[in-house]
Structures are given as structure tokens and as C-alpha cells.
Design a protein around this ligand. Structure first.
Ligand code: DQA
Length: 145
């Protein structure tokens, strides 16, 4: 099984960026947790971080014919990028939306996601472990096919 993991803007600063909200794990720490879990499950993962909307859309398009699942933390784009939502809908690869923080317990503008309607599900507030649960879900779903 192959899974594409996309980290959106500002997530390259994890560990240093508002640690009281996003935790002390750096992006490399998070990627290491994902890689270890992927290895355990026999999943091939491609881990990417992009700051711009267009590049995230290109990554989603590039997953066609390769990835059987997508894990995406669209970061701030979550709340307004119809273009990323449309890209996910267009490729119809099962996608799980992950947020480190609990967006539903934060500012009102963060409580709405334009991505969720095209995602299989959302994991929000479980820190880096959200990516691990997303990977397990995609794995189980793939097994059941
Ligand atoms: C985030 C939540 C977003 O509201 C925010 O813009 C981010 C990170 C999270 O992982 O909690 O950059 O997606």
C-alpha cells in the first residue's frame, strides 16, 4: 500500500511554532513517527510539506495512479481553500484530514473546514498521533477491499 502525507503551510515550523498549541515535536519528529508506523504496517509513505496552495494541489494530482490513500493537514487552507477541496474530490483517493490541535475548541474561524466534506474523516486534537490513527484507518480500509 502507498500513502501520500501532505503537511501544509507553517507546519515546517512545528516544535518552535506556538508549542503550547501545536506541541514540541518538530516536523521531522512527526515524520519519524509516521515512517515507523508505516514500516510496521508495510506501507510505503511519501512525506511532503508545502507552503503554497498550488503546490499542494499539484501534489494531490501527482498521487493519481500511485497513492491508495492521502493524509492531509491543510493547515490554514483548511478553512478556505475550495481549490484544495476540489483537487481532493477530483482524484477520489480516500483522504483523511488531520489537525494537531482541536480546531473545534479554537477560534470560530478555525471551527469550519471546507475540506471535511470531501474527506473520509477528520482527526483533530490528538497531536502527532492523529497521523498514526489515520494511517491505521487507511490500512484497515485497504485490507477490507
Ligand atoms: C492546524 C490548525 C489550523 O487552523 C492552523 O491554521 C494550522 C494547523 C492544526 O494542525 O492544528 O496551521 O491545521
Amino acid at each position: 500500500m502507498k500513502v501520500l502525507v501532505i503537511h501544509g503551510p507553517n507546519l515546517n515550523l512545528l516544535g518552535k511554532r506556538e508549542p503550547e498549541i501545536y506541541g514540541r515535536h518538530s516536523l521531522s519528529d512527526v515524520n519519524r513517527l509516521i515512517t515507523d508506523k508505516a514500516h510496521e504496517l508495510g506501507i510505503e509513505v511519501r512525506l511532503e510539506q508545502r507552503s503554497s496552495e498550488g503546490e499542494i494541489i499539484d501534489l494531490i494530482h501527482s498521487a493519481v495512479g500511485w497513492a491508495e490513500g492521502i493524509i492531509i493537514n491543510p493547515a490554514a487552507y483548511t478553512h478556505y481553500s475550495i481549490a484544495i477541496r476540489d483537487a481532493l474530490a477530483a482524484v477520489s483517493i480516500p483522504a483523511v484530514e488531520v489537525h494537531l490541535s482541536n480546531i473545534f475548541a479554537r477560534e470560530e474561524f478555525r471551527q469550519h473546514s471546507v475540506i471535511s466534506p470531501v474527506a473520509k474523516g477528520v482527526i483533530s486534537g490528538l497531536g502527532p498521533w492523529g497521523y498514526i490513527y489515520a494511517l491505521e484507518y487507511l490500512y484497515q480500509m485497504h485490507l477490507g477491499e
